[in-house]
Design a protein around this ligand. Structure first.
Ligand SMILES: NC(=O)c1ccc[n+]([C@@H]2O[C@H](COP(=O)([O-])OP(=O)(O)OC[C@H]3O[C@@H](n4cnc5c(N)ncnc54)[C@H](OP(=O)(O)O)[C@@H]3O)[C@@H](O)[C@H]2O)c1
Length: 295
């Protein structure tokens, strides 16, 4: 079969190559993949992986061989797991979810990593009636986080330089800088660097920051004692919980199906041209997700 594999010599560090068909083991599902989506880290750091590795985590397609507890053969599904950017993918039954008939598989492919990350970081604290700040809100994770936070009853502050559409997705305040923003209860930080430092300064006592990513690539320099406060603790957390995502994938697919969540796809193309998609993502030209079709 063909797959997008890591090749440090290729543009974007990826090329389509012939690889062996994957063989499902016990508890694993075999999928025919039709669409994949790109995530920032996968593109920025592709060449850190072993050359020849089948890359990517997000796929949508059809079940070829089911496993106990998985959707049946023939079901239209999304999946989250290593080796997704290939004509066939093997993934644990606990990382696959059926997609409602009304949802296009190309739209569904946008969901897994970005949607799970947004959903799970928002679940780390109560958000109903709380002020939630999302940095890098114009990106893949950010656009889902804005929608889900608004759905959960939060007052959403979206930080982005590219601000189009964020108010329509549910943001109550849209800012490029954090000066002048009132204190917040929870921060979902996708950017790192100076924004992380500024966001930390806005967190109320008892509040928290989920550091999802570091799209800026810039260092964060905290002033001495800026991590000290009298009263309830503030916390700064890492996020990387990708365990058993099937139920959450199902929730996200259901929200797409009911029209409550928009897939926010800013780039569509063929996987043959992964270079163009990768460049657009890193140039900050993609509003939301980049989805590629396996042609
Ligand atoms: N922890 C996890 O499990 C997990 C899961 C998914 C993603 N991530 C990480 O979370 C971050 C966000 O992911 P994503 O998929 O949402 O990325 P994305 O679609 O590329 O969005 C990142 C956003 O950050 C802002 N940004 C600020 N400075 C930037 C810079 N120098 N280069 C690029 N973007 C910059 C951009 O907004 P403006 O242009 O509007 O300012 C952009 O929309 C990435 O670092 C990613 O690796 C982590």
């Amino acid at each position: 079969m063909r797959a997008l594999v890591v090749d440090p010599a290729a543009p974007a560090g990826l090329r389509i190559s012939e690889v062996p068909e994957p063989e499902p083991g016990p508890g694993e599902v075999l999928l025919d993949v039709g669409h994949i989506s790109l995530n920032h880290g996968e593109i920025a750091f592709a060449t850190r992986r072993e050359p020849g590795t089948v890359h990517g985590y997000d796929a949508a397609g059809v079940v070829v061989r089911a496993a106990a507890g998985s959707p049946p053969a023939g079901a239209r599904v999304i999946a989250f797991g290593a080796g997704a950017w290939a004509e066939r993918m093997v993934v644990g039954a606990d990382a696959v979810a059926e997609v409602p008939d009304s949802v296009d598989l190309a739209d569904a492919a946008a969901l897994p990593m970005a949607g799970l990350t947004a959903l799970r970081t928002l679940r780390t604290a109560p958000i109903l009636g709380k002020r939630v700040l999302i940095t890098g809100a114009s990106g893949g994770v950010g656009r889902y986080a804005v929608q889900l936070a608004a759905m959960g009853g939060a007052h959403v502050v979206a930080q982005a330089n590219r601000q189009e559409g964020l108010a329509e997705l549910g943001a109550h305040e849209v800012v490029s800088e954090l000066s002048g923003v009132a204190p917040v209860d929870l921060v979902l930080d996708n950017v790192g660097g100076r924004l992380l430092v500024d966001a930390w300064g806005l967190v109320k006592l008892g509040g928290s920051v989920q550091n999802i990513g570091w799209a800026s690539g810039e260092p964060a320099v905290f002033e001495p004692y800026s991590l000290f406060a009298v009263g309830r603790s503030k916390s700064l957390n890492t996020f990387g919980d990708v365990s058993a995502p099937a139920e959450d994938l199902s929730t996200l697919a259901g929200l797409l199906g009911s029209g409550r969540l928009s897939p926010e796809i800013g780039y569509r193309g063929s996987w043959e041209d992964v270079e163009a998609a990768a460049k657009a993502l890193l140039r900050r030209d993609v509003r939301g997700k980049a989805v590629l079709e396996l042609t």
